[in-house]
Ligand binder design. Structure first.
Ligand SMILES: NC(=O)c1ccc[n+]([C@@H]2O[C@H](COP(=O)([O-])OP(=O)(O)OC[C@H]3O[C@@H](n4cnc5c(N)ncnc54)[C@H](O)[C@@H]3O)[C@@H](O)[C@H]2O)c1
Length: 352
């Protein structure tokens, strides 16, 4: 198969590229390296089935030609990560919306009707509760059990457009609407995939991602920094399961025009996650709590519970089998981090 991956030098994109190259597919990656990195894709560069273009999807002259060559397009390129979204609210909207529409238009303009997998996010579900502008959702105020697993047909409870934190969700909701509309109007094979928290090799903690941050801190013997009180609950899916889930959905071929959650439903609180990372890394790091307004430098509306309803996914992905669970993923990430970090010197050793 011919596979085009926008954002393919990023965390999920590079794992997708690796997955398809291992299957024997031809892979074309386009990435502007804004949050992705060349290091993520260097291992593939000697593979004759791999091609890389460093370019912005918004202006890339090769897009039409590559879309016409593709059997399948994964559109992942986006401004991502809480810190980046807060720092660049206009770029978040402009890039995420315009890039997605440009990819859909390019695919439509070719004679071929490629499969298109659009990356959306569980962030489109918002907080899962109604709140007023400026109101902080503190975990202690809301019983996480009162928030049901997020199901694709639920009304999104994204916060106000007056709060930049929601620009990411708003941009992705718009992308979803474009995807579903192109599928409907032009009978294109588009599937919208809402990723829940995804973790694994090559994810960076630089833009606010919690698992790489905790793993790095635990291995380095630094305090694990929990934002808020840590009662917020999340479900983490290993990226190696995510990429094969995306392939299963596209290959199954019964989800065109639909929106589907992609993730795992093993749930953990953020404090529970910090404790688990500490235990698995045999780390003596303390756990410290940082108020959200300090962590994010603005009053941050938190989603107290984020768990996917996977009924539609299981139906469309036809008996998908997960190969990873959270403990196994964390052990793998801890081992990789140990290889990266220098071994701390023993007390008293001074070279004599
Ligand atoms: N990681 C998660 O938990 C998660 C959860 C939900 C949704 N997603 C979605 O999955 C996709 C991939 O996210 P990720 O976690 O791998 O993040 P990432 O930052 O590693 O990947 C995004 C990639 O897109 C590239 N990019 C950004 N703007 C671009 C542009 N204009 N032109 C070309 N390339 C551009 C970046 O350089 C980066 O390599 C994103 O669309 C994101 O919204 C991720």
């Amino acid at each position: 198969m011919h596979i085009l991956i926008s954002g393919g030098a990023g965390f999920i994109g590079s794992n997708l590229a690796e997955y398809h190259l291992n299957k024997g597919d031809q892979v074309h990656v386009v990435d502007d390296l804004s949050t992705g990195s060349r290091a993520n894709v260097i291992p593939f560069e000697d593979n004759p089935s791999y091609r890389f273009d460093e370019a912005d999807v918004l202006t890339w002259p090769g897009l039409k030609e590559s879309a016409a060559w593709s059997d399948r397009i994964y559109h992942l390129a986006a401004v991502v990560g809480v810190f980046k979204v807060l720092a660049e609210p206009i770029k978040t909207l402009a890039t995420n919306v315009a890039a997605c529409e440009r990819v859909l238009r390019a695919a439509h303009s070719g004679r071929w009707n490629p499969q298109i997998v659009l990356a959306s996010t569980s962030e489109v579900y918002g907080t899962g509760v109604h709140c007023r502008v400026g109101e902080t959702i503190a975990c202690r105020d809301i019983d996480p059990d009162s928030i049901p697993p997020f199901q694709e047909d639920m009304e999104p409870l994204v916060g106000s457009s007056a709060i930049s934190r929601w620009n990411y969700s708003i941009s992705k909701l718009t992308d979803e609407a474009f995807g579903v509309s192109y599928a409907k109007v032009h009978r294109m094979k588009v599937i919208v995939t809402r990723f829940f928290n995804t973790v694994g090799p090559r994810q960076t903690g630089r833009y606010g991602m919690v698992v790489p941050r905790f793993v790095r801190q635990a291995v380095a013997g630094e305090p694990l920094t929990v934002y808020g009180d840590g009662a917020q609950r999340r479900c983490f899916c290993d990226v190696r399961d995510t990429v094969s889930a995306l392939d299963a959905l596209a290959t199954g071929g019964s989800g065109w025009g639909q929106i589907v959650n992609v993730g795992h439903d093993q749930e953990v609180s953020i404090l529970g996650l910090a404790e688990l990372v500490k235990k698995l890394a045999s780390s003596s790091s303390p756990i410290i709590f940082i108020p959200r307004h300090e962590a994010y430098s603005e009053d941050f509306q938190e989603t107290v519970r984020r768990r996917p309803d996977l009924e539609r996914f299981n139906r469309l992905a036809g008996g998908f089998q997960y190969r990873w669970n959270l403990e196994r993923t964390l052990l793998d990430l801890i081992a990789r981090e140990r290889q990266k970090q220098p071994v701390p010197s023993q007390g008293g050793t001074n070279g004599h």
